[in-house]
Design a binder for this molecule. Sequence first.
Ligand code: MG
Length: 271
Amino acid sequence: MEKLIITVAPTGSLPRKEQNPAVPITPQEIADCALRCEDAGAAILHIHVRDQDQNPSDDPKLFRQVVELLEGRTELILQISTGGRAGSTLESRRARLEVPCEMASLTTGSVNFPRSAYVNPPELVEGLALKMKEQGIKPEMEIFDVSMIQNALRLRDQGLAQDPLHFDFVMGLPGAQPATIDQLVHLCHYLPPDATWTVAGVAASQLVMGTHAILMGGHVRVGLEDNIYYRKGELATNEMLVQRIVRLAGELGRQVATPAEARRILSLPPR
Ligand code: MG
């Protein structure tokens, strides 16, 4: 089995310091947290930024600050979120792809959350994919339902994305696919043979789905973006969540990839 790539998603769009004081909000906090998570065993940093009121921001300057604070200090693969909670237009979501990074997330379809719709129409998805292609950024296909895999494959067939594709299965969000092993196996059936995948379980399912992924040869995303608790009633830090996956991987006989090894596994150019 390939070594295990651990992605940390430390900030996200939703959790606030009132809910968990360990959520890094400012670019400095995000960069410092990223370095601690790299020491703990993370290979990829999934980046969201916030404004001064902790609200999700689409300001490319904030993304650039995070990247610049890390420059020369980290081997982490930097992955910028193009998620839509921070601003929904193609322009707002494309502008941050000017910031130097190796990867970016790309949600390939739409989903109904309980009180809002996360709308990603085909022209927006294609526009983001085209920009990533132009910038030499590898997309991480964010998969909320199996149909989104089909959409990702269509992007590839249109020449807007390249094999080997990389997928992130977001599981356990209300309104989207359930966090079950059945669903995880089902998703894997629809991947091209050379694809790589990671799983982002939401809330308590983060640990469960991450464990399945370790055993199945997938990769794992953890972090406060998706889950603010270590266990019921006990708040987590990002480092704690990374460290736990490292320990589990060790117990289950799976070695953890360094960022350089992750680049090779993901077919990214070496640095
Ligand atoms: Mg995200």
